[in-house]
Design a protein around this ligand. Structure first.
Ligand code: E4P
Length: 214
């Protein structure tokens, strides 16, 4: 499973990118708004740091407007993927953009049927939201497993991005359920790195080494 970062904060992206683990990045209108910055400016900076698919979301509601905005964003860099919400108009836009050779990421996926529709419309990626499903008392990880099974059984090559990741267990489970990618917030990357036994181990090695060199 590949790892993307889910943020529009450039310092966070730079820090995790330096670890050498990033294969891409995702943003959404809320993440861009949190930074209080212009979408294109942020996307331009991200493409200069991360060498992989970078999702930039359109906010238009009509297919033709989504396509227009998507074409402008896609024209900025070959790694840019157009994030489109799962609506009727969104599906139409995905079909048009995919025919033009522009990559899309269908977002706000909450059922295997929505994922199937997006894939059949030509989406390059689908983003099932695990955490938001958990929030309403549904098993978010079951969604990943169902989408992965449907795609596997029917030979669909659309890639599954496990999104709305809230903690490290989500990442492990998404990998086990067959997600191709997890898009992970900065905080969760930091949590993934840590284990108390690693810290205790380092301390012990250092102490033993000091004893030897006294
Ligand atoms: C996916 O691409 C979205 O940006 C994101 O994962 C949404 O997560 P949230 O539910 O934490 O807002």
């Amino acid at each position: 499973m590949k790892l993307f970062i889910d943020t529009a904060n450039i310092d966070e992206i730079r820090e995790i990118s330096d670890w050498g683990v990033l294969a891409g990045a995702t943003t959404n209108p809320s993440l861009i708004a949190k930074e209080g910055r212009d979408l294109k400016e942020v996307i331009n900076e991200i493409v200069s740091i991360v060498d992989g698919p970078i999702s930039a979301e359109v906010v238009a509601e009509k297919a033709e407007d989504m396509v227009k905005d998507g074409e402008v964003l896609a024209g900025m860099h070959e790694n840019i993927v157009i994030k489109i919400p799962m609506t009727e108009e969104g599906l139409k836009a995905i079909k048009i953009l995919s025919k033009k050779g522009i990559k899309t990421n269908c977002t706000l996926i909450f059922s295997a049927n929505q994922a199937l529709l997006a894939a059949r419309a030509g989406a390059t990626f689908v983003s099932p939201f695990v955490g938001r499903m958990d929030d309403i008392g549904n098993a978010g990880m079951t969604l990943i497993s169902e989408v992965a099974q449907v795609f596997e059984i029917h030979g669909i090559d659309t890639e599954i991005i496990a999104a709305s990741i809230r903690h490290p267990m989500h990442v492990t489970e998404a990998a086990l359920q067959g997600a191709h990618i997890s898009t992970i917030p900065y905080k969760v990357f930091k949590q993934m790195l840590k284990h108390p036994l690693t810290d205790i181990g380092i301390e012990k090695f250092n102490k033993d080494w000091e004893k030897l060199n006294k």
